[in-house]
Design a protein around this ligand. Structure first.
Ligand code: E4P
Length: 217
């Protein structure tokens, strides 16, 4: 499973990239607003941190303007992936941009039928938001499973990008049902490494080692 970082925090992305945990990055207008930075500047800087796809989202709501915005965003860097909302206009823009060879990420997906449409329009990625479904007591994971089945039934190449990941269990569950990619905030990705028994075991090993009085180097 590929790991994307759902953030515009350059320091956090860099830290995870140095560990080897960044296959790409996703942003959305809320994340950009939170960064307080200029949209195009921050996307350009993120694109320099990873060779993977960096999703930059259009804000127009009509297909023609979405296409123009997408073409403009694509000029920022080779690895920009144009993010489009799952509306009929977004799908139309997705078809056009995909035909032009631009990577596309269709976002705000909350149903398997929406994911089917995105695949038919040539999306590179579909982003089902599992946390937001869980927030309203629906089953986000079931949506990922349904999309996996549908895409496999017909050999669609659109990658399932599990989004709105809120905790470590979401990551494990998405991996178990075969999501191609997951995108999560840096804190969630870092917390995947934590286990109380790892901390306890390491402390015991280091204490016993200290008692030997030896050094390795
Ligand atoms: C993904 O592309 C979205 O930016 C993100 O995962 C949304 O997450 P949220 O529901 O926690 O805002």
């Amino acid at each position: 499973m590929k790991f994307f970082v759902d953030s515009a925090d350059l320091e956090a992305i860099s830290e995870l990239a140095d560990i080897g945990l960044v296959d790409g990055v996703t942003t959305n207008p809320s994340i950009i607003a939170k960064s307080g930075r200029n949209f195009k500047d921050v996307i350009k800087e993120i694109c320099a941190l990873t060779p993977g796809h960096v999703s930059a989202e259009v804000v127009a709501t009509q297909a023609e303007q979405m296409i123009e915005e997408g073409r403009h965003l694509r000029k920022i860097a080779e690895n920009v992936c144009v993010k489009l909302p799952l509306t009929l206009d977004g799908l139309k823009a997705c078809s056009t941009l995909s035909r032009e060879g631009t990577p596309t990420n269709v976002t705000l997906c909350f149903s398997a039928n929406q994911a089917l449409l995105a695949a038919k329009c040539g999306a590179s990625y579909i982003s089902p938001f599992i946390g937001r479904l869980d927030d309203i007591a629906l089953d986000g994971l079931e949506l990922i499973e349904d999309i996996r089945t549908i895409y496999d039934n017909y050999g669609f190449e659109t990658e399932i990008l599990a989004a709105s990941i809120r905790n470590v269990n979401h990551v494990k569950d998405c991996a178990l049902v075969g999501a191609d990619v997951m995108t999560a905030p840096p804190a969630v990705i870092k917390s995947l490494a934590s286990h109380v028994l790892t901390d306890k075991g390491l402390a015991a090993f280091l204490k016993d080692w200290e008692n030997t009085g030896q050094t390795i180097l």
